[in-house]
Design a protein around this ligand. Structure first.
Ligand SMILES: Cc1cc2nc3c(=O)[nH]c(=O)nc-3n(C[C@H](O)[C@H](O)[C@H](O)COP(=O)(O)OP(=O)(O)OC[C@H]3O[C@@H](n4cnc5c(N)ncnc54)[C@H](O)[C@@H]3O)c2cc1C
Length: 497
């Protein structure tokens, strides 16, 4: 066992766990070091008063990327995970009280658009076609390409021009839809991975096709069940997952990553170090004393970081049977609100919300007869200067009132348990630069080659997985980043042999 090369993975988010599974399957002895008391990262699970709350991701959009990990270990995901397709995917409630039910069934979508804005039906058909064309290039061909060489970017450039990747999502979507509500409904997707629809490359129109092609899924028992499944899978290959183990420094010997030092002082040697910690943290803290060519503290400070989130988890003593598993409760403004969050970095009085009700699919997430919810609002990251220790409760009360006035009448009298997360938690608990919820914002000049590379450009033997590296945030993105480093490490091993 000890003769196998040792890989250390810093962090147990989906990117870290996928890297651990892949490297174990490749024959590495893998140790995952996680700061928190349980694995999962943003997919941590809060358990409180009989309720189970998935802290972060709720929507699984590319299950084949997960299935691939089980296949690598000679198993089937269905042996460990009960994955259910959710359709309709989600309901969007606009500020005027109208709703749009989004489904993978094109006929349902056509009927919904005909009901809401019949003049946009032809535009919808064109949008569907074009989002598939973008997906075929931007996701199917590029997501698992290593972008550490400029030549890869140059090769991808003609497609980028043809598919208008230089435009932003909002601008592109507005070519197809005249109804403002539909422009919102078909352009909000970048927010799911920390992007501003007004500035994110139109490549992210691919998400509409990704959802339809592979469906929207839920793991029974919640994301925690999926995290446990991945941990079990890694362990079955001999990997070790150590919680309450904070890495303080990546050790360097002869210009190569040679191990890590923990906050306890313990040192661990490694042949390969994979960081799933936030990229800003990895470079500014874990490599603080190592001279850096590209990701200097100055460059990190000038980088545009994604927005943060306010998340309120609450359990109720009753159920709202008519509320779907996923609902967007939109506010009165869209472009103005996005500008406040991303550019002006100010906390607005209005907000748009995403409401998660897992008990619509999985009653095990709450005591009998109860509902488990979380609601999130995109908010600026900590550069805003908002003092969340003062603002959080006031903000929560506004969110509660908005929900009670719209989709959850009577909410105030039904709450039995409650927990809040603010940008401070993203910074202090998850060690995320400026408390960004999705790491580096997915703008054109912060994507692919422009993003921190999967094979570190700062240090031999160091690899990056997770939201801040290529291809970016979201479960499909971070699983793809593990696919990229798996290939890079294999290539390196075979060229050394
Ligand atoms: C509220 C919310 C909802 C979301 N919803 C969805 C969704 O529905 N679908 C979707 O696909 N995506 C969603 N996302 C995005 C998705 O969850 C993330 O992009 C993805 O999970 C990030 O994974 P990661 O591999 O980057 O690791 P992370 O989840 O960021 O985990 C990194 C881990 O590293 C640990 N760590 C950091 N520093 C150290 C250190 N020095 N030593 C040891 N450990 C360290 C942290 O504690 C953490 O556990 C959501 C995100 C949030 C916040």
């Amino acid at each position: 066992m000890q003769t196998r090369p040792h890989a250390i993975v810093i962090g147990s988010g989906f990117g870290g766990l996928a890297a651990a599974v892949r490297l174990s399957a490749r024959g590495y002895r893998v140790t995952v070091l996680e700061k928190l008391d349980a694995p999962g990262g943003r997919a941590y699970v809060y358990r409180q008063d009989g309720f189970t709350f998935d802290a972060g991701p709720t929507i699984i959009t590319a299950p084949y990327l997960l299935e691939e990990l089980w296949t690598l270990c000679g198993r089937s995901m269905a042996q460990d995970i009960d994955l259910r397709r959710i359709d309709p995917f989600y309901e969007i409630r606009f500020d005027d009280g109208e709703t749009l039910c989004c489904s993978g069934d094109l006929n349902v979508m056509r009927a919904e658009i005909e009901r809401l804005a019949p003049g946009d039906l032809a535009g919808f058909e064109r949008y569907i076609r074009d989002s598939e064309a973008i997906f075929d290039v931007a996701f199917a061909e590029l997501a698992d390409q290593p972008f550490h060489q400029l030549s890869t970017l140059v090769k991808a450039a003609p497609d980028m021009i043809r598919l208008q990747g230089y435009r932003n999502v909002w601008n592109k979507v507005s070519d197809y839809f005249r109804d403002h509500r539909l422009r919102v409904a078909f352009s909000f997707h970048p927010l799911l991975i920390g992007g501003n629809p007004l500035t994110t490359t139109a490549y992210y129109c691919l998400i509409a096709h990704l959802e339809r092609l592979h469906g929207v899924h839920y793991a029974m028992g919640g994301m925690g069940a999926l995290v446990q499944g991945l941990v079990g899978l890694a362990q079955s290959q001999g990997a070790t997952v150590r919680c309450n183990a904070t890495v303080e420094q990546i050790l360097v010997t002869d210009g190569r990553a040679s191990g890590v030092r923990l906050s306890s002082g313990e040192r661990l040697d490694a042949d390969v170090v994979v960081s799933n910690a936030d990229v800003g943290w990895t470079y500014s803290r874990l490599l603080a004393s190592h001279p850096r060519k590209r990701w200097t503290d100055r460059k990190l400070a000038r980088t545009n970081w994604s927005m943060s989130l306010f998340v309120w988890y609450f359990g109720t003593r009753r159920r709202w049977e008519n509320v779907r598993h996923h609902t967007m409760v939109l506010g009165p403004r869209y472009e103005g609100l996005l500008d406040d969050i991303f550019r002006k970095k100010q906390l607005a009085a209005d907000f748009s919300l995403y409401l998660h009700r897992p008990t619509a699919t999985d009653p095990s997430m709450a005591p009998e007869g109860c509902d488990s919810f979380y609601v999130l609002a995109p908010v600026p990251h900590l550069e805003s200067g908002v003092d969340w220790t003062q603002q959080a409760e006031r903000f929560r009360q506004s969110v509660e009132k908005r929900l009670a006035d719209t989709v959850l009448p009577g909410l105030q009298d039904a709450i039995v348990t409650s927990h809040m997360v603010t940008p401070i938690d993203f910074q202090d608990r998850l060690l995320s630069y400026r408390g960004a919820a999705f790491s580096i914002e997915p703008q054109l000049f912060q994507s692919a080659w422009f993003r921190p590379h999967n094979r570190s450009e700062e240090l031999e033997g160091l690899y990056l997985v997770g939201a801040g590296t290529h291809p970016g945030a979201g479960i499909p993105g971070v699983l793809s980043s593990a696919r990229v480093i798996d290939q890079l490490i294999a290539d390196r091993a075979s060229s050394a042999a």
